[in-house]
Design a protein around this ligand. Structure first.
Ligand code: ACO
Length: 438
């Protein structure tokens, strides 16, 4: 492969020569100078495809939503640094930013907030949906199924106006569905949403309130929930976002695409890691708090144990979200007035791991899930709800990415190829003649 040749218009190209035929491929540069070889025409001109399991060297789209520099630990939504948004913004403002590309005017934010506030209730028939599920159902598949089920209540064709309504409904009903999935699992009656409360306070009340008592939402904890939602709101082409885009590329509707994204997020190597982090910290505590013993297992190639909440496909330095959450951990713990053994163990683990050559040489640092679980636990949010919290945060990012994908001038159904390594052609053998030689 030769790079840096110019095409007739003076743009950079790369030429790949194989077996006598060659392809001159355009070089594409992003705003921050990230560089890619555009291989769209590669197969047509050479017969070759590229092979990249896990897509470590593959860009699947051009996107104007989120920028990450994994080497420098930079994360920006629509150009705004995550640190500034975390400090100065709120979740609905960030959601608008992701969806529309610009920060909202006060009037736009007010109208967006008020529309969302007025669509938080679920159809009464939804009670029967929850009734049909086992009592001990994990809230993640409940949420995925519930979001998928929303499409059966709203079956209008996908016009632009209808898409607007779908976005409002998804954003508005997600916290209600999340809280109902929890209430269902503990057998308590569902709490109706309360319109005078903001997004995060409303969620906390639906989670922890009970119909027979007043529930005062702690504004400090509501702000922490808002912060967590902001930090999770988008993260470019990760596993669940790519799933949302891929499902949507078949022209499946937004509800169906988001339901698929929730399923992808549930896995322990992705959003499910926050639950696994607390389980890991609890295990270490049961084993008398030995970080070193646990790290030895995580480093052992014959052991499947991993240091959960550590490592990232893109970040090769400290995940900026983890840095913000580490600080927030202290604030929450001080507020709720508990000492957190989990935080102590987490900090000790981090300290030891960041001095250990195994983690240093592989550039493995804490990711967003390392400290979020400690915060959720201090706030009394049950472990099986951790990934649901992540889902609530990621929702506007998924929606923004889905819309961008549908409006992309390069839009095509997502359909990777493969290298077939199975049996060559062979003749069918009737059952009576089949026997396996030992
Ligand atoms: N503990 C121990 N070793 C690790 C860890 C870890 N957490 N993460 C990576 N490694 C090692 C791998 O064993 C591998 O070692 P090797 O080169 O000797 O074979 C090397 O580091 C590279 O790891 P890969 O698995 O190839 O990295 P990849 O980019 O494919 O995976 C992932 C990234 C899945 C996040 C991985 O680091 C991991 O499993 N982390 C723990 C789970 C986790 O925290 N997931 C949440 C990610 S953030 C998010 O999705 C919201």
């Amino acid at each position: 492969m030769t790079t840096q040749l110019k095409d007739k218009k003076g743009a950079d190209t790369a030429t790949l020569t194989y077996n006598g035929s060659s392809a001159t491929l355009p070089i594409v540069r992003g705003t921050e100078n990230e560089t890619a070889i555009d291989i769209e025409k590669l197969r047509a001109s050479t017969g070759l495809i590229t092979l990249d399991p896990g897509y470590g060297s593959t860009g699947s789209c051009r996107s104007a939503i989120t920028f990450i520099d994994g080497e420098k630990g930079i994360l920006r939504y629509r150009g705004y640094p995550i640190e500034e948004l975390a400090e100065k913004s709120n979740f609905l403002e960030v959601a608008w930013l992701l969806l529309h590309g610009e920060l909202p005017t006060p009037a736009e934010l007010q109208s967006f907030t008020s529309e969302i506030t007025r669509h938080t209730m679920l159809h009464q028939d939804f009670d029967r949906f929850f009734d049909a599920l086992p009592k001990d159902a994990h809230p993640m598949p409940v949420c995925s199924a519930a979001i998928g089920a929303l499409t059966t209540f709203y079956q209008e064709p996908e016009s632009e106006h209808q898409l607007h309504d779908t976005i409002i409904r998804l954003m508005a009903k997600m916290p209600t569905i999340a809280a109902c999935s929890y209430k269902h699992s503990i057998g308590q009656p569902f709490m109706y949403p309360m319109n005078r409360l903001d997004y995060s306070s409303n969620f906390l009340r639906m989670m922890f309130g009970i119909p027979c008592e007043e529930y005062e939402v702690d504004p400090v904890l509501a702000r922490v929930v808002d912060l967590l939602l902001i930090l999770h709101a988008d993260h470019e082409q990760n596993c669940s976002t790519s799933t949302v885009r891929m499902v949507g590329s078949s022209m499946a509707n937004l509800y169906a695409s988001i339901a698929a994204g929730i399923s992808a997020l549930w896995g322990s190597l992705h959003g499910g890691a926050n639950q696994k982090v607390i389980e890991m910290l609890e295990q270490i505590e049961r084993e008398e708090g030995s970080a070193d013993k646990f790290l030895a297992r995580a480093k052992d190639k014959n052991d499947t144990t991993r240091l959960m909440g550590f490592g990232h496909r893109v970040y090769k330095s400290y995940d900026p979200r983890a840095a913000i959450l580490k600080k927030a951990c202290g604030d929450v713990i001080e507020r709720v007035g508990v000492s957190s053994r989990m935080l102590e163990i987490a900090m000790r683990l981090e300290e030891v791991a960041l001095k250990d050559d195994y983690f240093v040489s592989r550039k493995l640092y804490p990711n967003v899930d390392f400290y979020s679980g400690v915060i959720y636990q201090a706030m009394n949010i049950p472990v099986n709800m951790f990934t649901v919290m992540f889902t609530m945060g990621r929702l506007p990012g998924w929606i923004a990415q889905w819309i961008e994908m549908r409006n992309d001038e390069h839009f095509r159904i997502a359909r990777p190829r493969q290298i077939y390594v199975g049996s060559p052609k062979r003749a069918y053998v009737p059952a009576s003649a089949r026997g396996r030689s030992a």
